[in-house]
Design a protein around this ligand. Structure first.
Ligand SMILES: Nc1ncnc2c1ncn2[C@@H]1O[C@H](COP(=O)(O)OP(=O)(O)OP(=O)(O)O)[C@@H](O)[C@H]1O
Ligand SMILES: [Mg+2]
Length: 244
């Protein structure tokens, strides 16, 4: 198995605050890898750097063996990378169908016109279980459906590598099971997944490997069971009340 993502000593400072410090890890192609850690640990900042939302202050990011450090967000869809945002960003006044259709113009699908984009979108809405909501305005949907819509929009670029930032936050247990099933189906279709998640049940059930951040530093890495039994990880979670 090769590594689709390699991160070497990345750091990010925001006006003196070191949000991420010298973090290194890799993501194996075809697998589901997780990132956990208490609030403010630097998880979303790490995602944002890898996905080109902003560059790292220092360090190197490789995708499929190529240096992508400093590439801009708009270049990522073409490379086969898609992401969701922790704070959802739907186009509120557009229907669910057109939210997904508008992503189908980017990335690998590159729809030629709106009709083709809507066909692609309808397929993705079937796959993600949103087809019955196709005509609902995005802003009128509740959190669980908006989370699903974020994933549907990301999938509309036909990624090889998908970054999910807390797509299960705010879901009840049944909805969480549904999200776990969807993520597994996306992965079965050949998409490598890297996810940030607080819901440990989901992490344990989905991830082969987990990376743990705390105060911007990587403090552990291993299988879900290995990291959950790590004494420092337990101390950090109990100390911060971070596990929820
Ligand atoms: N754009 C920004 N400007 C200034 N500080 C920021 C910015 N983004 C994040 N931070 C700070 O960097 C640190 C890490 O934040 P980050 O959002 O990466 O944490 P997180 O692990 O994703 O937390 P959560 O679990 O709450 O989502 C925090 O102290 C946060 O306040
Ligand atoms: Mg976050």
């Amino acid at each position: 198995m090769s590594n689709i993502i390699e991160v070497e000593n990345i750091s990010k400072s925001f006006e003196g605050l070191k949000a991420v410090s010298n973090v290194s890890f890799y993501v194996e192609e075809g697998k589901i890898t997780g990132m956990i850690g208490p609030n403010g640990a630097g998880k979303s900042t790490t995602f944002n750097m890898i996905c080109g939302y902003y560059p790292p202050t220092s360090g190197l990011i490789k995708y499929k063996g190529n240096d992508i450090t400093g590439k801009r967000a708009y270049e990522f869809a073409d490379m086969g990378i898609a992401r969701t945002f922790q704070i959802m960003k739907p186009l509120g006044n557009l229907s669910v169908l057109d939210n997904v259709a508008s992503s189908a113009f980017f990335g690998r699908h590159k729809a030629k016109n709106m009709r083709q984009a809507r066909e692609i979108a309808a397929e993705i809405l079937e796959f993600t279980g949103l087809i019955s909501k196709r005509n609902v305005l995005a802003r009128e949907m509740g959190t669980p459906d908006q989370k699903r819509l974020e994933m549907a929009r990301a999938l509309a670029t036909k990624p090889d590598m998908l970054f999910l930032d807390e797509v299960m936050a705010g879901l009840n247990p049944t909805e969480t099971e549904g999200a776990i099933d969807l993520i597994r189906r996306i992965n079965s279709g050949g998409v490598t997944i890297f996810l940030i998640e607080h819901i440990m049940r989901a992490v344990v059930s989905l991830c082969e490997k987990v990376i743990v951040l705390h105060h911007g530093e990587k403090i552990a890495e291993g299988t879900p069971n290995q990291v959950m039994n790590d004494s420092y990880v337990m101390e950090v979670y109990l100390g911060d009340g971070g596990a929820n």
